[in-house]
Design a protein around this ligand. Structure first.
Ligand SMILES: NC(=O)c1ccc[n+]([C@@H]2O[C@H](COP(=O)([O-])OP(=O)(O)OC[C@H]3O[C@@H](n4cnc5c(N)ncnc54)[C@H](OP(=O)(O)O)[C@@H]3O)[C@@H](O)[C@H]2O)c1
Length: 323
């Protein structure tokens, strides 16, 4: 089968389209014929090892441990192992396979069934592949760490990328009053996804305008954690999902300390693949409450281009790879 393979960390140029052996599913695995995959910042970090922690956290110290990237997939089950209960050959599925060692940038991949759910009927493979990691991270950040409640004022900083476009829609589905922070060219998109208010970060700093929010999900950009705290209501919650390295470290190291005094909670979310949450997202998708936003589509042979584009940090929604 064809696959995009890398054997050393580096820029997207290290990715090669080559023929590799088609995987055979083990007893507890299904073989998926991949129809589409999507790119995430997660793939970029595993490709470039730009954060050294990636190597220590199982990416491989000197060279990549898993040589085929791609966490988000949608495709059709071709074969199932003996112990598989949930799926049959022919089922159309989607999922985040990062807990199975990735491998979505290929024609086939073998994964455990818990990584997958049936593809929503109303979505194409490309649309479905755009969903799992970004949407589940947004859901877990808002619902679990963020304790989102109907009627709350919720701000999404970085509302125009992969995670942000889902976060706006999911927060609306929970009945929140949503403020989306993005740049000028994305304001209309944010409104069309349901944002009640939009703030153009190139013109206004939301941490300085005196407004306060019950929940802030920080997905992109950077503000000091003290500024986020100032923009929270007295019992407000700050959840860092991504953004600059400084933003990440401040949430991890200072967040717990700052949460010890007063009622505000400062922390972060690490999205975990969850079949249960993927099914919740599937229901949102089928009900039309959440719609994937696809910026660009690339064929498998141009996966390097797709990751280069994503790495520039200005995708408007998701970047999809058609296999
Ligand atoms: N915690 C987790 O488990 C988890 C899971 C998935 C992703 N993440 C992290 O979440 C972050 C976002 O991921 P993503 O997939 O959404 O990335 P993405 O799709 O690459 O985000 C691109 C978007 O960010 C916007 N942006 C750039 N600078 C901004 C700024 N200063 N303020 C507001 N928006 C800005 C861009 O809009 P403009 O071009 O208009 O600036 C663009 O639309 C990454 O850091 C990623 O590592 C974390």
């Amino acid at each position: 089968m064809k696959a995009i393979v890398y054997t050393r960390y580096g820029p997207p140029d290290v990715l090669q389209l080559i023929e590799v052996e088609k995987p055979t599913p083990k007893e507890n695995e299904v073989l998926v014929e991949v129809h589409a995959a999507s790119a995430n910042a997660y793939d970029w970090h595993l490709l470039s090892a730009d954060i050294f922690l990636v190597r220590l956290m199982g990416g491989g110290l000197l060279k990549p441990k898993n040589t085929i990237l791609g966490a988000d997939i949608a495709g059709r089950i071709e074969a199932v192992g003996r112990n598989i209960k949930q799926f049959r050959p022919g089922d159309e599925v989607f999922g985040d396979i990062s807990a199975c060692g990735n491998g979505g940038f290929a024609e086939y991949v073998s994964v455990t069934e818990s990584a997958l759910a049936l593809k929503p009927d109303n979505l194409s493979f490309e649309e479905a592949a755009a969903v799992p990691m970004a949407a589940v991270t947004a859901l877990q950040g808002l619902r679990d760490q963020g304790q989102i409640q109907p009627g709350q004022k919720v701000l999404i900083n970085g509302a125009s990328g992969g995670v942000g476009t889902f976060a706006v829609q999911i927060a609306k589905s929970f009945g929140a009053e949503v403020t989306a922070v993005c740049s000028t060219r994305n304001l209309d998109n944010a409104r069309s996804l349901g944002a009640d208010h939009v703030i153009d970060y190139t013109k206004e700093d939301f941490t300085q305008n005196g407004q306060q929010y019950d929940l802030i999900l920080a997905v992109n950009g950077y503000h000091p954690i003290s500024a986020y705290k100032r923009a929270l209501t007295p019992k407000g919650i700050y959840v860092m999902a991504g953004g600059s390295t400084a933003q990440n470290f401040q949430a991890m190291l200072l967040g717990p300390l700052m949460s010890m005094s007063g009622d505000k909670k400062m922390g972060g979310v690490t999205g975990r693949p969850s079949q249960k949450d993927l099914v919740i997202i599937k229901e949102f998708l089928e009900a039309g409450k959440v719609v994937p936003v696809i910026d660009k589509r690339y064929p498998l042979s141009e996966t390097a281009e797709a990751l280069r584009y994503l790495g520039e940090g200005h995708a408007q929604g998701k970047v999809v790879i058609t296999v």
